[in-house]
Design a protein around this ligand. Sequence first.
Ligand code: FE
Length: 342
Amino acid sequence: MPRLLPALTLMTALLGGLSAASAQEQVLNLYTARHYQTDEALYTNFTKLTGIRINRIEGKEDELFERIRREGAASPADVFLTVDAARLQVADDAGLFAPVHSRTLNSRIPEQFRDPEGHWFGFSYRARVIAYDRAKVKPEEIASWADLTKPRFKGKICVRSGGHVYNRTLVASLLYHWGEDRTADWARGIVANLARDPKGGDTDQMRAVAAGECEVAITNHYYYTRLMLSNKPEDQEVVRKVGIVYPEQNTFGTHVNISGGGMLKHAPNKAAAVRFLEYLASDEAQAYFANGNNEWPVVPGVKLNNPALESMSNFKVDRLSASILAKNTPKAQRFIDRAGWK
Ligand code: FE
């Protein structure tokens, strides 16, 4: 009898495969560059609600973009999800997205967070903030991004590479608010004040502050929230030593970037794609972004269940549209290169 088991298992697998391929079953092919474990629950819930099964292809942001482009009209991709408005815009400029005209999406997602033509939509946003050594820096000293380039912080800044999208879009926002000359000076000023050559990710910069290697660092807010939520003693130690400040509270507000996606032009399952995008804007999905990955929902008024994130939610957001931000980004990269911010 036991020898029959493998055969049975194989049969089940075959039948399962066949039914999966039947024309009746609705599927959604999702190409996603978001690899957060908590997104799992998001997808399972969508299937539970709609009966639409999700085939997920994960990859690095730029790999997925290249793959969709290479696959062309034969691409099975229905929805592409990624982080950063500029990446969404690059995909849009390459003609990958189809417009989605959804009353649900347009009414729920504020204009700031979506493409005016409906090619892509932001579903969550994240803030770029300044982390500081509580023992050495007063928050008032770093109220503006401009403060970081003062002589006071010579040899005191830790930040990841200038070319990383998080810094690139920050510079793009400064180009918008400050203009070219001031932004060029600022980028050079950051390089002049570095404590060390850029290396590592945002969390590494905060660890370096805690270790005394630098006094200030630039990071996305959720890396700090993650440390707050961590029960590792070394992470708790970083939170004890390091505080964060939302820059530009007295001016245009703190720079934010989005995570989002859109429906692909050659999507074979367009109805499912629209349903999925609308689902991502639902209260339930919006709460997942906040509770699972410590990002803020783009839909206003969504109830959160994340006290750590909520404790850092009270700040003025830069209202610059993600679309303008994205369009300024290639130019921002040129300013970063010219400043020698490697
Ligand atoms: Fe990140």
